[in-house]
Design a protein around this ligand. Structure first.
Ligand code: NDP
Length: 302
């Protein structure tokens, strides 16, 4: 792991680097260069998913980045995600056996022997949800994932695992930023040793997913209301993006900024020369607007 990056514990043998590189909405054309550049500028954590449909080119970027940075596979933390299926979209939920096959297919596409974290991408498995979770525990036992977890699970979905008497996930990757703080879910996760991983930390930025087709449920009111973060960031002499990412890290959430721009990649990694003071953290704690906006089709936990 990069010496300058704090890590957060996932289980007895696994820690996650605080700042990861997100790969959603990176095209096959851009992915190899984006991922290798990210590793070369210092990222030691890459967040992928079969649902992003770029695993082959992300895998090529990982290989090139490791060579370019002169580091080994063990120095990089890689997350992959199972697409669980979704009956509501006419996509049959994966069985346990299919879950294991899917993990192996992702490893083959990424060109890796194991991942550091394997997640169920969303709680869409319906009747298969627990079977999918049992399959992840098998995958962990086989050594193909060093830690296992879920994403977009709400408290009810986590309680389903608890009620079945199964080991709880090491992590739950969810949308977390000052406008979507999920305090009840975070408290339940803390009680149960489930590490939060924050995605879409940069939602409040005016530059967040602005291109055609990069859908979100961000309201016009949200779009008009970014100035509080800009003012606060200026006081620390950092960018709004750095402030929003530091908010996550200071709450002990790993964060996953995505950028195709090498200067922004560096900036998003450079979060450790300042600390948000208690007054500003308390102010940001009052800015919660409830559910997230990154899944335009609605709350993925429903
Ligand atoms: P981010 O919160 O990382 O924001 C990315 C957007 O912000 C892009 O438009 C990017 O543009 C812009 N940006 C990045 N850095 C800066 C900066 N320093 N200054 C100004 N603008 C900036 O968005 P994502 O929604 O992609 O979330 C990050 C990652 O989290 C994903 O890539 C994915 O890995 C994961 N994720 C997981 C989900 C899940 O369901 N588990 C759902 C959504 C995301 P540019 O590229 O031009 O710099």
């Amino acid at each position: 792991m990069s010496a300058t990056q704090p890590t957060f514990t996932l289980n007895a043998n696994t820690a996650i680097s605080a700042v990861g590189f997100g790969t959603y909405l990176i095209s096959d054309e851009d992915a190899e260069t984006a991922v290798s550049t990210a590793i070369e500028v210092g990222y030691r954590h890459i967040d992928t998913a079969s649902g992003y449909q770029n695993e082959v080119t992300v895998g090529a970027g990982i290989k090139k980045g490791l060579q370019g940075a002169g580091i080994g596979r063990k120095d990089l933390f890689v997350t992959a995600k199972l697409w669980p299926g979704n009956l509501a979209w006419g996509d049959a939920p994966k069985t346990g056996a299919q879950t294991i096959e899917e993990c192996e297919a992702s490893l083959a596409r990424l060109g890796l022997d194991y991942v550091d974290l394997y997640l169920i991408h969303a709680p869409y498995g319906g009747d298969m949800r627990l079977e999918q979770w049992r399959a992840l525990l098998e995958i962990q036992k086989s050594g193909k994932a060093r830690s296992v977890g879920v994403s977009n699970f709400n408290q009810q979905h986590l309680e389903e695992i608890e009620a079945a008497g199964l080991p709880m996930p090491d992590a739950n990757q969810i949308e977390l930023h000052p406008w979507s703080q999920k305090p009840d879910l975070i408290a339940y996760m803390a009680e149960n040793g489930i590490a939060p991983i924050a995605y879409s930390s940069l939602v409040p930025l005016s530059t967040w997913r602005v291109e055609e087709g990069q859908d979100s449920a961000k309201t016009d009111q949200m779009k008009a209301d970014g100035s509080a973060f800009a003012t606060m960031a200026a006081n620390y002499n950092v960018s709004e993006a750095q402030l929003l990412l530091k908010w996550g890290v200071q709450n002990r959430y790993a964060v996953l900024p995505k950028s195709l721009n090498p200067d922004r990649m560096r900036q998003n990694l450079n979060l450790f020369s300042f600390i948000i003071d208690d007054v500003d953290m308390a102010r940001m704690a009052t800015m919660d607007r409830g559910e997230g906006v990154a899944w335009a089709s609605g709350d993925p936990s429903k």
